[in-house]
Design a protein around this ligand. Structure first.
Ligand SMILES: Nc1nc2c(ncn2[C@@H]2O[C@H](COP(=O)(O)OP(=O)(O)O)[C@@H](O)[C@H]2O)c(=O)[nH]1
Ligand SMILES: [Mg+2]
Length: 193
């Protein structure tokens, strides 16, 4: 749930990068943390699951300029994606304003993508969200690899043809900012209504 601080004139939104293990979620946040205007971002916090059993997500806070005199801040999170951390995967969705579904476009990861999407939907329903109304974009990552599926085919298999999708090579930063702009735009549009 976005948090509006009227005294400080700030809007805070929570965006989660969700997807199967190794799809490139951390790579997205890492790239943003390395390239975003240093004055407009906070510290990138990345918890490796080997180091810590309880804190296993990545976190990057960024500012995105002003809307109607309110400073907008986005708190970007990623989840680990491993079944082992199922409880934390679910908990991180609490209060979410927008989701970037990072799909691994390699054909052999199709099942993992589908399972991850099913999990996401069931958790959102558990929290009482209307899945259709949740701001969400699809990132089709690893487009540099030979066995990569087309965004059309993958979107069909994920039943997300109605959502905006972006082809990316997160490892090289390609498309990472398009995805960020895509999701923040939808989140802010929803906030206005
Ligand atoms: N070939 C290729 N590899 C990628 C791309 N994006 C990420 N990777 C690699 O995929 C692996 C998993 O990425 P990571 O961001 O840790 O995945 P996460 O589990 O979703 O956080 C790493 O070795 C990345 O370097 C990409 O666009 N193309
Ligand atoms: Mg990760």
């Amino acid at each position: 749930m976005s948090f509006i601080n009227y005294a400080l004139k700030e809007i805070n939104c929570k965006v989660i990068y969700w997807g199967p293990s190794l799809s490139g979620k951390t790579t997205n946040l890492k790239y943003l943390s390395e390239t975003y205007d240093p004055k407009e971002k906070g510290d990138f916090i990345s918890f490796n699951s080997n180091d810590s059993e309880s804190l296993i997500f990545d976190f990057l806070p960024i500012s995105m300029g002003e809307i109607n005199g309110f400073k907008t801040r986005f708190h970007l999170y990623s989840m680990p994606g491993k079944i082992k951390y199922d409880m934390s995967n679910k908990l991180i969705l609490k209060g979410v304003d927008g989701i970037v579904f990072v799909a691994d476009s390699q054909r052999e990861r199709l099942d993992a993508n589908i399972k991850s999407m099913e999990k996401l939907e069931s958790y959102l329903i558990d929290y009482g969200y209307e899945v259709d109304k949740m701001p969400m974009v699809i990132e089709i990552n690893k487009k540099d690899l030979k066995n990569s599926m087309s965004s059309d085919e993958l979107s069909k298999r994920l039943y997300t043809e109605n959502l905006k999708s972006f082809d990316t090579v997160a490892q090289k930063g390609q498309g990472v900012y398009d995805v960020l702009k895509g999701i923040t735009k939808i989140v802010l549009e929803k906030l206005k209504t």
